[in-house]
Write a new protein. Structure first.
Length: 95
């Protein structure tokens, strides 16, 4: 799978912050980057750096609301996407 420089940068940042095995959360973060787009998370193309990334860079692992905030489609809340984000979030911190 080819990752853009922005995607690989985000994954490197997250690898340094989360003490979880790479195989456990790597696919989850790749899904979020693919579905949302790196610009929405890292910044660029008119977007600011997301609060999710700001918290992760600060070492704060309390990202529940920030992670689940990426559940809108065409500006409206989409419950199917919200459920998917909740499952992805659970996979991030599953022991």
């Amino acid at each position: 799978m080819f990752l853009s420089p922005a995607s690989s940068f985000l994954i490197k940042v997250l690898l340094g912050i989360f003490p979880l095995p790479k195989s456990r959360y790597g696919p989850t973060l790749c899904k979020l980057l693919h579905n949302v787009g790196p610009a929405r998370i890292i910044g660029g193309k008119g977007y600011k750096k997301s609060k999710l990334l700001q918290k992760l860079e600060a070492g704060n692992r309390n990202i529940y609301y920030e992670y689940l905030s990426f559940c809108h489609y065409r500006g409206k809340l989409h419950m199917g996407i919200r459920r998917r984000r909740w499952v992805e979030y659970q996979m991030l911190f599953k022991h």
